[in-house]
Design a protein around this ligand. Structure first.
Ligand code: GLP
Length: 228
């Protein structure tokens, strides 16, 4: 595990953006796993400014709320198109985001896993962490071997994310998320964490026991993780 500590979020973002730029340079048809949240937002702005060639890149997003239509401003679909995809030359057919309105959710989840396999697996998975140590929406007590599936959001995560909605009641209660096993199958992982509010959980992730109570702690067992 490579841990890179930077003095500001902007400096950390620049380091993380360079990791992705290097991958796209070495492998123009890379498969990249993407995350949402305020942390990757800075990273996506930096990537847009770098004017990289995304024409052969394939992406898979970690997660999506269940029940929000794609066009809802807080859907992760809207987040990704608004904050990254519409600003880069990615082919829309190469973009994959879980469908929070899928009628057959287990069927959709199995197909999502199959699409990742068909694409040759994920070369680099971008991650942030929730204040409870979740990755994607794999909340504490998630199975460390889990694959893409439906999950219930914890009260803490709903509270954390309520700032993006008009009220707490509007925050969805369920989501589709890649599993911890799906994330661990990525060939490399780029975890970006910033702010004092995440310091304690990041210590637990990097130096505490590996436990489903802190889902991101499993990354201690991944052979290729960069933490910025
Ligand atoms: C959401 C996402 C996670 C993200 C987390 C933290 O719960 N599903 O992938 O890491 O938010 O977001 P932020 O960076 O805004 O703290």
């Amino acid at each position: 595990m490579e841990i890179i500590i930077q003095p500001t979020a902007a400096a950390a973002t620049a380091v993380a953006a360079r990791v992705i730029a290097r991958l796209l340079n070495e492998k123009p048809n890379a498969v990249i796993g993407l995350a949402t949240g305020s942390t990757p937002l800075l990273l996506y702005r930096a990537l847009i400014d770098m004017k990289l060639d995304w024409s052969r890149v394939t992406t898979f997003n970690l997660d999506e709320y269940i029940g929000l239509p794609k066009e809802h401003p807080q859907s992760y679909y809207s987040f990704m198109w608004e904050n990254l995809f519409r600003h880069i030359n990615i082919a829309p057919e190469n973009v994959h985001i879980p469908d929070g309105k899928a009628k057959d959710i287990p069927g959709f989840c199995a197909a999502y896993e199959q699409r990742i396999r068909d694409a040759g697996g994920i070369d680099l998975q971008v991650l942030g962490i929730g204040t409870d140590g979740h990755i994607g929406f794999n909340e504490p007590t998630s199975s460390l071997a889990s694959r893409t599936r439906i999950k219930t959001l914890t009260p803490q995560t709903r509270q954390d994310n309520a700032r993006f909605f008009a009220s707490l009641d509007e925050v969805p209660t369920h989501c589709i998320t890649m599993g911890i096993g799906t994330i661990m199958a990525a060939r490399s992982v780029l975890l970006v964490v910033s702010g004092e509010g995440k310091a304690t959980i990041l210590r637990d992730v990097l130096q505490g026991p590996v436990t489903p109570q802190v889902p991101a702690s499993i990354l201690q067992f991944h052979p290729s993780v960069t933490v910025v």
